[in-house]
Write a new protein. Sequence first.
Length: 152
Amino acid sequence: MGKSQQTFNKSEKEKKRLKKREEKKKKMEARKLEKKESGKKGIEFAYVDHNGNLTDTPPDPSKKIKVKAKNIEVSIPKTLESEREAFDPIRKGTVSFFDSSKGFGFIIDAENQEKYFTHVSGIIDEIVENDKVSFELEKGQKGMNAVKVQKV
């Protein structure tokens, strides 16, 4: 005679499945009873008030603000002429160290006394230590680098 195809493992899995199904039915019945007792109907609504916060009460129509589509700006704000003049990309400083054989050096900014790395590829004029220079900043791998370095 053939052996039963129902193994112990299969029967245990089936028992767990049936138990889960029963628990789910009990929870559903409990929710139905709670719903009947509290008297709530359906799904609660969430509203957004005039400040953008979620509330359970509808927003007050008197606080509603009309915004025209043409007034919405989705871009970088325009800079004024006075702001452009305040930000000058060309800075001035002094060469604190420069090794021409290795091709790099450091420049100290005259404004904020910060040291910036410079490489020979970013130098326009020949420079040596203690030279007054003008330069621009560029983001490098380890921080800001001085580029377009010229003697003043």
